[in-house]
Structures are given as C-alpha cells and as structure tokens.
Design a protein around this ligand. Structure first.
Ligand code: DX5
Ligand code: ZN
Length: 216
C-alpha cells in the first residue's frame, strides 16, 4: 500500500484558499492536514474553528486536524462539529491523555497523539492500542519550512517495533521537513503517512510533488 500523503494548509495561499483546496481535491493526496496553534503551546497562532468549518465545505478528503493547543480536551466536540475526521492532540498538552483519547473516539473521530521531538515513543507503551495515529514531530512545532530532525528516523523504527509487539493497528504519521529525500527514508523506516507543507505549496507544481510523495 502506498504512503498516505497529508498536505498541510499552513503553507497554502490564504488569499486564494479555495484554489489550494481544489488542487488537493484533484491531487493524489489522501487527507488535508490542518494545523491549529494557540500561541501558548507553540509560539505561533494559526487559524481556528471558523476556518476549519469553511474548509470542510469544500474538501472532498478527510480532515486531519493537528491541535497544537493547551488543554485540547476543551475543544474536542467543537472540532468534531467543525468537521474533523482525525483529531490529534499533543502528549505534552494532556494531563489525562487516556480520557481525551476516549473523548475523541466517542465523537466518532479517529484519535491521534503527537509527540514533540524530545518526547520518547516509549511513553506511549501503555496506551498504544487505544491510538489510531501517532504523529511524530520531526521539527519543533509552530512553523512550516523548518529542517528535518534526523533522530526522527530512529523514533519511527522504535515506534514500529512497539506497534508490532503490542499487536496494534496504529498508523505512524510524520510532520515537519518532509521532502522526497527525508520522505523516502521515513517510508523505508516504516512511516505510514507523511505531512508536507512547504514542500507542496511552495513548489512550482504542487500536484507533481504530491504525486512524487505517493510514489516513494
Ligand atoms: C508545524 C506543523 C506542520 C507544518 C509542516 O508545527 O505541524 O504541519 O505545516 O510544514 P513543513 O512541511 O513545511 O515542515
Ligand atoms: Zn502539523
């Protein structure tokens, strides 16, 4: 099966967002990656619920919503209503992660957990079976266009082992600094899904880059 590609709209042209959504709709991409930042958990503010609802009206593929916000449990229902299909919270932002994951699933969404670059995958040992997607950050969250942190390759390897040993079906998704070169190595290490922001939207031919990632 080919790798899942989730273009991050953070690098899209917000003055012509419908144009970029249409491009992703007709491309070979699988999901839309939406980055929600609160200026507290990460040192940047992106966009919020009203924008997600508008995107939902046009998008023909699942919305993969990445919450970089503190106390994400307060917004699970709201993001479900706005149209999220996969809702990912940060391990570092959840005091009661197990409860938050159950909350997400109770709304009928897939539950994702994201790890910052410094957070070891072993911390997910007791909860891996409950998680649909683990989103490994391969940059420090907050901004698009940063360079890939090499240690992520080892983390994919460790996470893959943990998933196999626990006999779970969790997908491994990687976010940050993905291009053909890093993408290839991530897929070889066991990644199931790749997020790509600047590599898609800053390209002269975004659809071709999505296609190239699908073929890795
Ligand atoms: C960063 C976001 C990413 C970002 C990736 O905090 O989570 O999704 O858009 O951007 P690139 O692909 O440019 O590194
Ligand atoms: Zn993201």
């Amino acid at each position: 099966m080919s790798v899942i590609v989730s273009p991050s709209l953070l690098s899209a042209d917000f003055l012509h967002l419908s144009k970029d959504i249409e491009m992703v709709n007709r491309s070979q991409a699988d999901w839309f990656h939406l980055d929600i930042m609160d200026g507290v958990f990460v040192p940047n503010i992106s966009y919020g619920l009203p924008v997600v609802s508008q995107i939902k009206k046009m998008a023909t593929k699942p919305l993969d919503v990445h919450l970089m916000i503190v106390q994400p449990e307060r917004y699970v229902e709201a993001f479900h209503k706005a149209g999220a299909d996969i809702l990912t919270v940060h391990y570092e932002a959840c005091t009661h992660l197990h409860r938050t994951i159950q909350q997400i699933k109770a709304q009928g969404m897939k539950a994702g957990v994201s790890l910052n670059p410094h957070t070891p995958v072993s911390l997910l040992e007791d909860i891996i079976k409950d998680i649909d997607v683990v989103l490994l950050m391969s940059v420090n969250p907050g901004f698009g266009g940063q360079s890939f942190i090499e240690q992520t390759i080892n983390k994919v390897d460790k996470l893959k082992k943990l998933i196999i040993e626990s006999n779970s079906h969790t997908l491994i998704e990687i976010d940050g600094g993905v291009n053909f070169e890093t993408g290839k190595r991530l897929v070889n290490a066991g990644a199931d899904a790749l997020v790509a922001g600047s590599f898609v939207f800053n390209a002269t031919d975004p659809e071709a880059n999505i296609k190239g990632l699908k073929e890795l």
